[in-house]
Design a protein around this ligand. Structure first.
Ligand code: PLP
Length: 443
């Protein structure tokens, strides 16, 4: 294989020092100092892709893989683990900054203007996190004490944000049941809208989540959002979208985000997930709503000063980060199809559910628990076929026997093939165990 100029320089210095001297059998021929560098790997202990990974560690920011000896670690726990690209680090270092509490950080202002435009909304505001963006949005909409919001029972706002809307915002949450596709039944919503009665809270807000995380990265259909909007209008309610992965939804539907958001009063979008920024979220909405958010953000502790350093990465997240999301979706699709083709007595996946960068699959076999299955993926056994000396990291999911994995910008097309190889080894092993336990129970 051949390497780029910068790669081969790294090879001759670091790789030669580390791999060549430590494991002399690794590389049968290395022509030091000549560029490009033809390299033969004489052992099956390391894949070309792993060698590239080893090198990209030295380039900084290009890879999340931890080099665990010759074992390559592919981390698919979440798209939140993404590290900023070299271009982002450069932009951060060079960012023009000012005091954002005075509204004087030009890079933050540029990010907010660009995002507002992208959202098709009047204004936008930079936040440290999506959790804070959601809380602030809910509080800004539910300004009056005794207000209530309606949201799905699988909503991130309900489950993973410590009940902040109630704890800090004094907003009463009332749930409707999420369908597996991330939507909910609008008749159920309507039946839960309060009448004007001093015994009852005041229904103010409907929250939707797009893509719906717990349901497996499901993309809400535009037709559903349109119906939510007309129901909200009929009852004079507001609509907030937890759009942590809004751009994934837009890419999946192949529409601009503004087309999705035409049905919403506000949105909170994470820059720090698949888009790749190290920190940050943006909330969009009408000018009056954003003015309230500025006040609320301050009391919640989030007036940041020279935040342009972070916003600079956010600007690249909006452009470069968004432009490559389709690759994550294609990789997720390939993994899902691979899993679909494996032993159905071990794993099950419904391919229609894989619509973005999240893959939710199910462990059918009871020979191992979901945690044990993940542990097997995450263990390198030297007795394994040497082509799969990798560890793959993912989480069992809360509900049932589901396991979730997520693609992101550190997962390459080669990684996808490695992941599938590892899956095959582990699935074969579980299938053998399943056979044994079935024998035992029948005897
Ligand atoms: C990650 C996430 C959030 C919260 O974002 P943080 O930046 O981690 O606080 C909110 N909603 C959904 C659906 C998410 O996936």
């Amino acid at each position: 294989m051949f390497f780029s100029t910068s790669c081969s320089r790294i090879l001759t210095s670091t790789l030669h020092k580390t791999l060549f001297t430590r494991k002399a059998h690794l590389i049968s021929f290395i022509d030091r100092g000549r560029i490009p560098l033809p390299l033969c790997i004489s052992t099956r202990r390391i894949l070309p892709v792993q060698l590239c990974r080893t090198m990209s560690m030295y380039q900084g920011g290009g890879s999340n893989s931890q080099d665990d000896g010759a074992v390559h670690v592919i981390d698919m726990r979440s798209d939140t683990i993404t590290k900023p690209t070299p271009a982002m680090r450069q932009a951060m270092a060079n960012a023009e900054v000012g005091d954002d509490v005075y509204g004087e950080d030009p890079t933050v202002n540029a990010l907010q203007e660009k995002t507002a435009e992208l959202f098709g909304m009047e204004a936008a505001l930079f936040f440290p996190t999506g959790t804070m963006g959601n809380l602030c949005s809910v509080m800004a909409h539910c300004w009056e004490r005794g207000s209530e919001m309606l949201l799905g029972d699988c909503a991130h706002i309900l489950i993973y944000e410590q009940g902040g809307s109630a704890q800090l915002g004094g907003v009463h949450p009332r749930t409707v049941r999420n369908k597996p596709d991330g939507t909910f039944d609008l008749e159920e919503v309507e039946s839960k809208i309060r009448t004007n009665d001093p015994h009852l809270p005041i229904t103010r807000l409907i929250c939707v989540e797009n893509t719906q995380n717990i349901c497996g990265g499901r993309v809400l259909p535009l037709s559903f959002l349109k119906e939510v909007r007309s129901l909200a209008d009929k009852h004079k309610l507001l609509v907030h979208m937890d759009g942590a992965r809004l751009m994934n939804a837009a890419v999946s539907l192949n529409v601009p985000p503004s087309e999705i958001l035409q049905y919403c009063d506000s949105v909170s979008m994470c820059l720090s997930k698949g888009l790749g920024a190290p920190v940050g979220s943006v909330v969009g909405g009408k000018k009056g709503f954003i003015a309230r958010c500025v006040r609320l953000r301050k009391v919640l502790g989030g007036g940041m000063r020279q935040a342009g350093i972070l916003a600079a990465a956010g600007l690249l997240a909006l452009t470069d980060g968004a432009a490559r999301l389709h690759q994550d979706h294609e990789n997720a699709r390939t993994i899902a199809e691979g899993i679909h083709g494996m032993d159905p007595s071990v794993l099950h996946i419904d391919l229609d559910t894989v619509q973005s960068n999240i893959i939710l699959y199910h462990l059918v076999s009871h020979a191992v628990t979901p945690s044990q299955f993940c542990e097997m993926l995450n263990t390198y056994d030297p007795k394994d076929d040497l082509d799969v000396n990798i560890r793959v990291v993912m989480f069992p999911f809360d509900l049932g026997r589901s396991i979730r994995c997520v693609t992101h910008h550190h997962i390459t097309a080669e990684d996808v093939q490695c992941v599938l190889k590892k899956f095959r080894v582990v699935v074969d092993r579980v299938a053998a165990m399943t056979g044994k336990s079935a024998d035992k129970s029948s005897s």
